[in-house]
Design a binder for this molecule. Structure first.
Ligand code: FES
Length: 282
């Protein structure tokens, strides 16, 4: 029995997650990671105890996915791509500049738990590299001289930034990959830009979903409240074909939603509510 050292708060979080997800272990670990910013050891023991799964199996799953961490992370996660395309464009110089600015190397967290620095192999938008992602917001063509400002922006938060002045955060205009009809809705703005308008269904509900067209922003509006972790079926509002592809989400593995970018390229995003998996191929 592992329960003796477990706090009441921790147990109530795990209980609520099990009530919501049953034995879907990844979703339960995602809830815990979201709450604590990492997976505390006690929680792993508690989940093992409650689900009657060997602790080594829980660690096996948690250590397989990069989205999970066993050490406490900072409030802001700053990740720089060191894939081949970004590396040849100076990705390692960006890492050096962040290391100098924050005083921490990749894989480390500042003492005040404000920032963690990480690197990635490829973030799916090679033509715009080097890429640095801060709290899910993509910054393209990053130069060492931009690092200080990017970190300052992270402290302020994207919602308070005048997005129109930020050249690194870019909007996309998309159309349906089936009928090629535009999916932009200029009459409705999210993040100050025309939103992307599609229809979705989940359970017995069917309604509209509006997405921010700002690449790296995850702001949405929907006709119905969509519970976290719900996997949506997405449709073009013009031809009514389902928007799905064989590409799998790099974070949770579900089939991604494709859209064509005006001017060339595709963008794929994960249809699971709360998952931030997306791929940009320009
Ligand atoms: S190599 Fe950096 S996004 Fe692909």
């Amino acid at each position: 029995m592992y329960l003796s050292e477990v706090s009441i708060e921790l147990e109530s979080i795990v209980d609520a997650s099990i009530r919501k997800h049953g034995k879907f272990l990844i979703a339960i670990l995602q809830d815990i990671q979201r709450h604590y910013n990492y997976l505390p050891e006690d929680t792993m023991k508690l989940v093992a105890d409650k689900l009657k799964i060997p602790l080594r199996d829980i660690y096996g799953v948690a250590s397989f996915y990069k989205a999970f961490s066993f050490t406490q992370k900072g409030k802001h996660i700053i990740t720089t791509c060191l894939g081949t395309a970004c590396h040849v464009r100076g990705g390692s110089r960006i890492v050096d500049a962040i290391t100098k600015e924050l005083g921490i190397k990749p894989g480390k967290t500042t003492d005040d738990l404000m920032f963690s620095q990480e690197t990635a192999a490829c973030l799916g938008c090679c033509a715009m590299g080097p890429i640095t992602v801060v709290d899910g917001v993509y910054h393209s063509n990053v130069k060492p001289s931009m690092v200080k400002k990017i970190i300052e922006q992270a402290k302020i938060g994207i919602k308070k930034i005048d997005i129109k002045k930020q050249k690194q955060i870019f909007p996309v205009q998309v159309s349906c990959p089936r009928c090629n009809h535009g999916l932009m809705n200029p009459e409705h703005l999210i993040d100050s830009f025309p939103c992307i308008h599609i229809t979705v269904s989940f359970g017995r509900k069917h309604g509209w979903l509006r997405l921010s067209s700002l690449y790296g922003s995850f702001n949405i509006e929907s006709e119905y409240e969509i519970p976290i972790d719900t996997e949506l079926n997405c449709f073009c509002p013009h031809c009514h074909e389902e928007l799905t592809s064989s590409s799998e989400c790099p974070i949770c593995g579900v089939n991604m939603v494709p859209m064509i970018i005006r001017g060339g390229g595709t963008v794929h995003f994960c249809p699971r509510r709360g998952c931030k998996g997306h791929i940009l191929d320009v």
